[in-house]
Ligand binder design. Structure first.
Ligand code: DGL
Length: 275
């Protein structure tokens, strides 16, 4: 048992959905959340840059003494899935594996759609992991403007619906029965996405599934907080405005986040030849 916190990170506020799901399943666990607002959005950036930024944040969390790392960002998970597990002694949980597992157990017609940022879809990680099952057909679509909408706090405007129609048309025509929301921000647009895809299509988002993975890892490794532990939730951002992070967190998540500390991540040395 250990009362050390769980470290959770995203490029910005989107990963708060994962933090919320973790604290619902594990209310005695402390959490340190870092939003890498200095470098967000990750989606349009070269995957090598995302990897560097992400590892810098994870190093910071490890220096802060976390007992587990949660990469609550699809683009970052796609960029450094393996590197992170090799680099740290603490267990690392990410969001792609849980979403893939859920999609596989959800689909009935074996046609699965995946939407995400340009980085995530361009990396091909979802397509590769789902494609291992040769009986499946996978249809992937990048939806870059979705993150812009959520970051602007716009989740239910006619413009969102119009853009959703445009992005999702190929997936609707492909007849997918399961759609993976492969981006932390997309659960905030579930209304529009579900409306456009229709009732018969199951939406899979990684927040609750990732929280179950966190639960499993803590239990199996004997890392749960002790019986008298008091959960402390700390929020940190790397950008220069705590207010922006707070305002958006408040709009998207309700009153859960009351204070944000600004932190700096250190530069890291990656081995030569690292892409
Ligand atoms: N958190 C990112 C993801 O899940 C979306 C936001 C961004 O582009 O940074 O892919």
């Amino acid at each position: 048992m250990t009362d050390a916190p769980i470290g959770i990170f995203d490029s910005g506020v989107g990963g708060l959905t994962v933090a919320r799901a973790v604290s619902q399943l594990l209310p005695r666990e402390s959490i340190v959340y870092i939003g890498d607002t200095a470098h967000s959005p990750y989606g349009p950036k070269p995957i090598a840059d995302v990897r560097r930024y992400g590892l810098e944040v994870l190093d910071t969390l490890v220096d802060e003494g976390v007992k587990m790392l949660v990469i609550a960002c699809n683009t970052a998970s796609a960029a450094m899935l393996r590197d992170a597990r090799e680099r740290y002694d603490v267990p690392v949980v990410e969001v792609i594996g849980p979403a893939v597992r859920t999609a596989l157990s959800t689909t009935r017609n074996r046609r699965i759609g995946v939407i995400g940022t340009e980085g995530t879809i361009g990396s091909g990680v979802y397509q590769d992991m789902l494609g291992v099952d040769a009986t499946l057909e996978v249809f992937a679509q990048a939806c870059p403007r979705f993150v812009e909408f959520v970051e602007a706090g716009v989740t239910d405007s006619p413009e969102v619906l119009r853009v959703a129609e445009e992005y999702l048309a190929p997936l609707r025509h492909a007849g997918v029965d399961t759609l993976v929301l492969g981006c932390t921000h997309y659960p905030f647009l579930e209304g529009a996405i579900s409306y456009v895809m229709g009732e018969g299509v199951s939406l899979v988002s990684s927040d609750t599934e990732t929280a179950k993975d966190v639960y499993r890892q803590l239990v199996s490794r004997g890392l749960l907080a002790g019986p008298d532990a008091t959960a402390l939730h700390t929020y940190e951002a790397t950008g220069d405005s705590a207010e922006d992070f707070l305002r958006l967190a408040d709009r998207l998540m309700g009153r859960g986040v009351s204070a944000v500390r600004l932190v700096q991540t250190g530069a890291i040395d990656l081995p030569k030849g690292t892409p």
